[in-house]
Ligand binder design. Sequence first.
Ligand code: ZN
Length: 139
Amino acid sequence: MEQSNSFLQNYGVKRLNIFLTHSHHDHIDGITFLLNHFQCQLYVSALEWSIWSHKPDLVEQNVTKFKHAQVLKFDDVRLKCLLTPGHTQGSSCFMVNDRYLLSGDTLFIEGCGLCGDYPQSDGEMFTSLQQIKTLADDL
Ligand SMILES: [Zn+2]
């Protein structure tokens, strides 16, 4: 771990945080490596955490489970966590400084992500997209 952390220091990285929009494999593969090699904090919605079936073996203090509309602050970066179910039940997006939206697999340039394989995922996706539409036009 010490060697890995000095690697980060060489690049001026003070802290490594993982902001997880949902727990599909293409988003979580590699998390165990990062958690094992770097001192990092994982941020995930409380709902996604509760349904994540094969989560890495984590110390609870290394996981921050956020709720809808919770704001996280890191120096001059303000992250607003938006619960946007539909792709998964606990999917979320992150608003960065009220200027940028990290939308995970909820929204792409050409359309929305796939609806999940659970009941009412299509209705939840629709509601989530309506929520995103209320955000600033100049994101
Ligand atoms: Zn996905």
